[in-house]
Design a protein. Sequence first.
Length: 397
Amino acid sequence: MDALRLGIIGVGNMGSSHFTNILAGKCPDIRVTALADRRPERLRWAEDALAGALEKGLPGAGERPAMFAEGSELIASGKADAVVIAVPHYFHPPLAIEAFRAGLHVMCEKPAGVYTLQVREMIAEADRHPDLVFGMMFNQRTNHLYRKMREIVASGELGGIRRTSWIITSWYRPQSYYDSGDWRATWRGEGGGVLLNQCPHQLDLWQWICGMPSLIAARMKFGRWHDIEVEDDVSVYCEYPNGATGTFITSTGDAPGTNRFEIVCDGGTLICDSSGLTLRRLDMPEPEFSRTFRGVFGSPGHKDGPVETDGLNPQHVGVLNAFADAVLRGGPLVADGREGLNGLTISNAVHLSAWLGRETAIPFDEQLFYDELMKRVASSRRKTGAVSVTADTEGTY
């Protein structure tokens, strides 16, 4: 196989972005050979995009992809060796399962699904096909700042984690965003709000860098800032197995919002914000200072400085190129699809804590979560008058 024959299921915001990147030649090991979308206008858009790419002589433009109205038709067509699943969240696991059974490699957009029971079924099917590559579109793992944070924490040079704190409120969305699709911000169509749409990346990074929490306590506001039924304002407290604590605060109602991630360790603090990555390294680890200091008031000295990184941040293109390399040559993925369960576990635990008004231990009762979600799905309002809009996602992640 000289190049990976890729089918894109869903030519909406993200599917269109992937198609555009591949046409531009940013993924030289990939050829888009099939597209699927229920909206004929999106397939017409793809035709126009291909024509424009051919006219410009873009290196990724080739033959016209086969076009399908349903993802299942694309999967069964034999026109692709692998698929990218970029449709509303509930459909991620069932389409992935179909693709595995058809012998196709799978790249799944985030989140892995809406509820963990559903994702466990997807993982079980993937495990039945060890010859197939299963990736998750966790493009933020390619960001040099987060990669460096993980490297430093994993090395142990700062000692154990004491506290984590992430304020990620730079996901501002106007009401028109939520009005751009009848499935958006509904329990029936999307299964959640800011946690399930905007924050899967941060929830993934939070656990990827700091580990999984063992307890969650959360407060949520549903439709606090918008005319929606799902959450758009969330405050989370967590505890880790080693006794460390953490907070995670997010909203789509703050403008301009904040993105600041802090990890406090025995030997210093990592701070990632708009200025880059900073390390406040203590002259002496705090436990040692507290044990040996003989004064009444005092604290360990520290030195602040920027952390040098490789500066690379290939995002979605990097994930797709790694996926193609994994299929063609056995290279490493940015994120294995099975890892999508972790961030979703946190997300589900946060929802369950807020719904029930009590702490939620991890692992939690996954059937209870599903039952509570279905109660909300049953009463989910049906949007009327929503006009489907597809927008350029460049610069929004």
